[in-house]
Design a protein around this ligand. Structure first.
Ligand code: SAM
Length: 261
């Protein structure tokens, strides 16, 4: 089956995204390495280090669109390795059961398996559900390479705001807009031609990767996304460690942060 992302109506986007990640789940970690040439690991490392989980004591964290648990594992390792903290917890939330299954399998090989430090939940970022995820309950909300796949960014931000405690931090790592026109052209050429081809070679799935590339294009530029974060009620001002956003590699990706007042 072939689909053109641009012609897919918004109300179909959720099921489309579910299918995309169903189809790539077992190859997901490999494909991240292939398409980003390993760079996603560096970005994720620096994203998590910048949050210093564990520094001020154990944190209750939620990692939304957490997939196979890349961010969750880094949060727990950072807290343990730097602050001897084995009490920080992460709830990994994803809309896709296959991705969560891969994550669960992977955590089986870690010391966190079968401890209260890690749990996996199937839920939609736009409506986490107030029974399972109550108001004002988390210190840290992370979302990495996930928010652009959601139908409504404002709904995701609203839920993030709801579940965070006052003083809690929202942190998002996402593909972004490149400032430099030369770098931007190079990157567009790479992503539009090479990534779908790599997707077809390594995962046998050109269309899913085509979709992923197009979703990056459609995501709002940094100042606009920062404004959406403020509109949801967060402060992106001087109390935010590192500022409203920080570009990585000239804006190929960026980290946005906000604090719930
Ligand atoms: N955070 C992980 C990482 O950085 O490796 C996974 C990122 S992956 C590109 C995007 C994830 O978002 C997928 O696992 C997908 O199932 C999930 N996702 C997409 N839409 C979602 C939604 N509305 N709610 C929760 N998760 C969603």
């Amino acid at each position: 089956t072939s689909f053109g992302y641009k012609t897919v109506p918004e109300d179909m986007k959720e099921s489309l995204v579910r299918n995309v990640f169903d189809s790539v789940a077992s190859r997901y970690d490999l494909m991240n390495d292939v398409t980003s040439m390993g760079v996603h690991r560096l970005w994720k490392d620096s994203f998590v280090s910048s949050l210093k989980p564990g520094k001020k004591g154990p944190l209750k964290c939620i990692d939304v669109a957490g997939g196979t648990g890349d961010i969750a594992l880094r949060i727990l390792d950072h807290a343990k390795d730097n602050y001897y903290d084995r009490e920080t917890t992460v709830d990994v939330v994803d809309i896709n059961a296959q991705m969560l299954k891969e994550g669960f399998k992977r955590f089986k090989l870690t010391m966190y398996h079968n401890t209260p430090q890690i749990a996996f939940h199937e839920a939609n970022a736009q409506d986490l559900g107030s029974e399972k995820f109550s108001d004002n309950s988390y210190d840290l909300y992370t979302i990495a390479f996930g928010i652009r796949n959601c139908t409504s960014i404002p709904d995701v931000l609203k839920e993030a705001y709801r579940v965070l405690k006052p003083g809690g931090t929202f942190a998002c790592l996402e593909f972004s807009k490149i400032e430099n026109p030369v770098l931007s052209t190079l990157y567009d050429t790479y992503s539009f031609s090479a990534i779908p081809i790599l997707g077809s070679i390594f995962a046998g799935d050109r269309e899913s990767y085509q979709y992923l590339v197009e979703s990056i294009r459609k995501f709002p530029p940094q100042p606009e996304f920062a404004q959406m974060i403020r509109d949801a009620g967060f402060s992106t001002g001087p109390n935010v460690d590192g500022g409203a956003w920080a570009d990585m590699w000239g804006g190929i990706a960026s980290v946005h942060k906000g604090v719930k007042l």
